[in-house]
Design a protein. Structure first.
Ligand code: T6T
Length: 312
């Protein structure tokens, strides 16, 4: 079924569907990194709006966990349904190459949205934030928040092999060197589980009582880090810079549990993904790499940046 997502609002009626284009193959499928997650829900809104406007059928199929072993059978199932194009956020920059190549070999156009493979020969286009720049922005923001104070800073990352969060950690690591008062104590992986993020923050605080900053590289690690700081009674004492802007993250920012968020523009990623898919289907030229907006939001400018808040 190709129902427009209720969360998107404005962009059509629930139950709208463009199925029935039987003459040509006019179907697009989106495969996000994980289901029921505000970043990808917002991306789905952009995807559905653009697909509908172009007169295409659309469908979204997501794994329950951000995990290549769970995303692979979804790709295989989509392959059998032979859509004209697939927009996909690969959950691993190497492990998803095989399944995605099967799509390409079957004549299905592949567009990478958000994350991408190391192998650049499978997708016709990759659309994402400049994630390395986002990591740099996080380091600059933590430095401003520290206001000259000395202490340790931690990166809470998700899973190694995720192109986006790896790039954010790298950008952060390179940039934090410019601030000698901020001692970088390395990164810890959370497996994209908020509970793991919370316990890693608590353990790091016990081992490093001088902790003054945390950069959480995505939504789940940020939501979990906020919980960890809350549990340890360190809200506000340790500056937390998160990535993404889920309703919960924005609430935490307003409440002062989180000091800054680096927000992305997932709806535009979904929309541009459709544009690139259609270009490939129509035999037009693709833009191989497309960069979408990033913005650092603090409590002071939260209302001015509401257009960046994600849907859920
Ligand atoms: O940060 C986004 C996305 O950009 C990343 O690739 C995976 O995590 C998120 O979906 C947020 O959970």
């Amino acid at each position: 079924a190709a129902f427009l997502l209720a969360a998107c609002g404005g962009g059509g009626q629930i139950g709208d569907s463009n199925s029935g284009n039987s003459a040509a193959n006019k179907k697009l499928v989106l495969i996000p990194g994980i289901s029921a997650e505000p970043f990808y829900i917002s991306m789905q809104c952009g995807f559905e709006g653009a697909a509908k406007a172009a007169g295409y059928e659309f469908d979204t199929q997501a794994p329950a966990k951000f995990d290549a072993a769970q995303q692979t059978p979804i790709v295989t199932g989509v392959l059998a349904s032979k859509p004209a194009a697939v927009l996909i956020a690969p959950t691993d920059d190497k492990a998803m190459a095989g399944p995605m190549k099967q799509l390409k070999d079957a004549g299905i156009k592949v567009v990478e949205v958000d994350t991408k493979l190391q192998d650049t020969s499978i997708g016709v286009s990759s659309i994402s934030s400049n994630n390395e720049q986002g990591g740099k922005l996080a380091a600059e923001t933590l430095n401003k928040l520290a206001a000259g104070k000395t202490g340790s800073v931690l990166v809470l990352n998700t899973k190694a092999g995720t192109s986006t969060t790896d790039a954010r950690a790298k950008g952060f690591e390179d940039a934090i060197k410019a601030y000698p008062n901020l001692k970088y104590i390395g990164q810890q992986y959370t497996d994209n589980e908020p509970a793991t993020a919370a316990s890693k923050v608590t353990a790091t605080l016990a081992a490093n009582p001088d902790l003054i900053g945390v950069f959480a590289t995505n939504l789940n690690s940020g939501e979990g880090a906020a919980t960890g700081l809350r549990n340890a009674g360190k809200t506000g004492a340790v500056n937390l810079v998160g990535f993404d802007a889920s309703p919960k993250q924005v609430e935490d920012l307003k409440a002062g549990t989180v000091q800054a968020l680096i927000a992305q523009d997932p709806a535009t990623i979904g929309k541009q993904g459709v544009e690139q898919a259609l270009a490939a289907i129509d035999g037009k030229e693709n833009k191989r790499n497309i960069e979408t907006d990033l913005v650092a939001i603090t409590k002071d400018d939260v209302s001015a940046n509401s257009k960046y808040f994600y849907k859920e």
